[in-house]
Design a protein around this ligand. Structure first.
Ligand SMILES: Nc1ncnc2c1ncn2[C@@H]1O[C@H](COP(=O)(O)OP(=O)(O)OP(=O)(O)O)[C@@H](O)[C@H]1O
Ligand SMILES: [Mg+2]
Length: 478
């Protein structure tokens, strides 16, 4: 784009922000990945765990980057290549982010929590976009690279900025919140997720509470009133100087309170009281967890000073994200089965939420509820017990058949009554044929696991039964 409005960084502003030296055309975007560079981007050459961005400067420039932020000139790069020379490119990215934050009048909301950050961020984007120019971080850009990059991409004239803050260890959210300086912080919930690097769930709560450290006293903390760690987080918010603490949930004292929800196969109609304002709205996503997340989101909308009713109405457009609840009807000879693709992410609380959705989905005539579960990663020494502990939820959900993959899911497999065991394998790849051979018309099949457990290919294979159903099933002996 060539209009002045789209200018994000002039060479002068970028140089002032980073203390760097160089001249180049105005940048309309920022990138740290040469493979996705767009024309007009400023490419920041970051030294990552596996690659050094300096090796990709030439590729980024060839793809249309206006310049590269670099702390050295890589061998072989043309001497007239446009560069912004800095002492440390990672610091330069943070500096750009901080400068973008400092120059905008935007109202900023940051969302963290054990689950529901990206979903909540996307709901905030939808709720705020009709009310003013809104930027929200891409994908799950929530770490030491994603957050400063998202900040650096925020135009000066933004009205609302939405950021996702994630962490694996104590101290990480603190570093990020000092960059984002949110006006409003939402903590979706605190659960045993990423337990590997924490001694207890309380320690996880404390790490989430670091988000308050980057806020001014007039900022608002939006906390899940139904979570057992609510009081701990509220104390931390007050200790950080915040006075506006807003609870959301079913709890009678929640300021953003669920009044009623009517669920159907595709979602729910929600009636809520958001800080004294009654709203009813439609969510086209099934599951109690989406209702809970939406209450936090609308409390956030209110705290930002935006219109709650308009925000609530906009939530009807929210759809399942990739691998997080997408539904597919897959035709087989003789009828269809339903796939619920949750292959992107898993933790005990997320699996429980997904099992409840499976329970609420009625199979068609002759069909069964089938769960295909892969390991939940990063749970530390409690992992086997947390896997076996899903057995009660599986039974309560009325799941007829459970297929499991991975060394940890073995603990669930042996805990299951024999007649519910569909099969267990060590590597998820070994499950595809088993599951594909077992599904029948009328079934509802939930596929869920941590991304690293590679359950995605199983979901893909089930989808492809649609195309070459009879052949694939014949090959599987079904
Ligand atoms: N409030 C909730 N309670 C239980 N499960 C939830 C809740 N919100 C979302 N989930 C589930 O958690 C999983 C991850 O959702 P999402 O991607 O929004 O979370 P995230 O916090 O961004 O995760 P990540 O740490 O991978 O960035 C999904 O399976 C989703 O259905
Ligand atoms: Mg995320």
């Amino acid at each position: 784009m060539s209009d002045r409005q789209a200018v994000l960084w002039t060479a002068k502003d970028a140089a002032i922000a980073t203390g760097g030296v160089g001249s180049f055309r105005e940048a309309t975007g920022v990138s740290i990945d040469s493979r996705t560079v767009e024309p007009g981007d400023l490419f920041v050459a970051i030294e990552g765990p596996t690659h050094d961005g300096h090796d990709f400067i030439a590729a980024a420039l060839a793809a249309g980057a206006v310049a590269a932020v670099a702390d050295r000139v890589p061998a072989g790069l043309s001497t007239d290549a446009p560069l912004l020379r800095v002492a440390d490119t990672m610091q330069a990215l943070v500096d750009l982010g901080r400068a973008a934050r400092a120059r905008t009048q935007a109202r900023i909301v940051a969302i963290t929590g054990s689950v529901g950050k990206t979903g909540g961020k996307e709901m905030l984007r939808l709720a705020l976009s009709p009310q003013g120019s809104t930027v929200a971080a891409a994908d799950s850009y929530n770490n030491q690279w994603g957050v400063p990059l998202s900040l650096a991409r925020m135009p000066r004239d933004t009205a609302f900025g939405v950021f996702e803050l994630g962490m694996n260890r104590a101290g990480e959210i603190a570093a990020l919140t000092h960059q984002v300086r949110p006006d409003v912080a939402i903590i979706t919930t605190v659960e045993p997720v990423h337990l590997e690097f924490f001694p207890s769930v309380e320690a996880i709560a404390d790490a989430k509470a670091e988000i308050f450290q980057g806020m001014l006293a007039e900022g608002a903390a939006i906390l899940n009133r139904d979570n057992p760690h609510f009081a701990r987080l509220a104390v931390a918010a007050r200790a950080a100087g915040l006075t506006r603490i807003i609870g959301f949930g079913r709890h009678g004292q929640a300021e953003a309170r669920l009044i009623d929800a009517l669920a159907d196969a595709n979602g729910s109609v929600v009636i809520a009281d958001i800080l004294g304002q009654r709203v009813d709205y439609r969510l086209n996503l099934p599951g109690q967890h989406w209702i809970a997340n939406s209450l936090g989101v609308l409390a956030g909308v209110k705290a930002l000073g935006a219109d709650v009713r308009a925000g609530a109405a906009a939530l009807a457009a929210m759809r399942a994200m990739k691998g997080r609840g997408e539904r597919h009807a897959i035709a087989l000879p003789g009828g269809t089965f339903q796939l619920i693709d949750e292959s992107y992410n898993a933790s005990p609380v997320a699996v429980r939420a997904a099992l409840k959705v499976l329970a609420a989905t009625t199979p068609a005539a002759g069909g069964r509820r089938i769960a295909v579960l892969g390991d939940m990663r990063e749970l530390g020494t409690a992992a086997p017990a947390l896997h076996a502990g899903l057995v009660a939820d599986v039974l309560a959900a009325g799941v007829d058949l459970v297929f499991t993959a991975g060394p940890l899911m073995g603990a669930l497999h042996v805990a299951l009554p024999k007649e519910r065991r569909g099969g267990h394998v060590f590597e998820s790849a070994g499950l595809t044929t088993l599951v594909a051979g077992a599904v029948r018309p009328g079934d509802v099949v939930l596929v869920k696991g941590s991304l690293g457990s590679r359950m995605g290919p199983i979901a893909e294979a089930l989808k492809s039964l649609h195309r070459d159903g009879p052949r694939a099933r014949a090959a599987n002996g079904a």
